[in-house]
Design a protein around this ligand. Structure first.
Ligand code: ZN
Length: 106
């Protein structure tokens, strides 16, 4: 009698660890968990960056661009997005200043 028969399970073995996703650039694992949302990038950031954490080696990367270095990418996006916001604010202040100088000129 062999106890091997107990293991006679021909269904494909599936170890569910996180969701099947973009392969990890570091170890090639296809399993990852959603990482921390870079809140400082706002909803705009969600369109460009989706942080995921590899279930095997714990490497954190961007599912939208796995080859990129995530901290660098986050920083660049933060600068880009906040820079645009800052430019918008500066434009408003600039127009306000222009309007003030024009109305005060008399
Ligand atoms: Zn990995």
């Amino acid at each position: 009698m062999s106890r091997y028969a107990e293991d006679d399970d021909d269904r494909p073995r599936r170890r569910r660890r996180g969701a099947r996703d973009v392969p990890c650039p570091k170890c090639g694992s296809e399993y990852s968990f959603p990482g921390l949302w870079p809140w400082y990038l706002g909803t705009v950031g969600l369109m460009f960056c989706r942080a995921v954490v590899c279930a095997d080696c714990g490497h954190e990367f961007d599912a939208k661009k796995p080859s990129a270095d995530l901290p660098t990418r986050k920083r660049n996006l933060a600068i880009g997005i906040n820079g645009c916001g800052l430019l918008g604010i500066l434009a408003v202040f600039g127009l306000l200043a222009l309007w003030l100088t024009l109305t005060m000129k008399r």
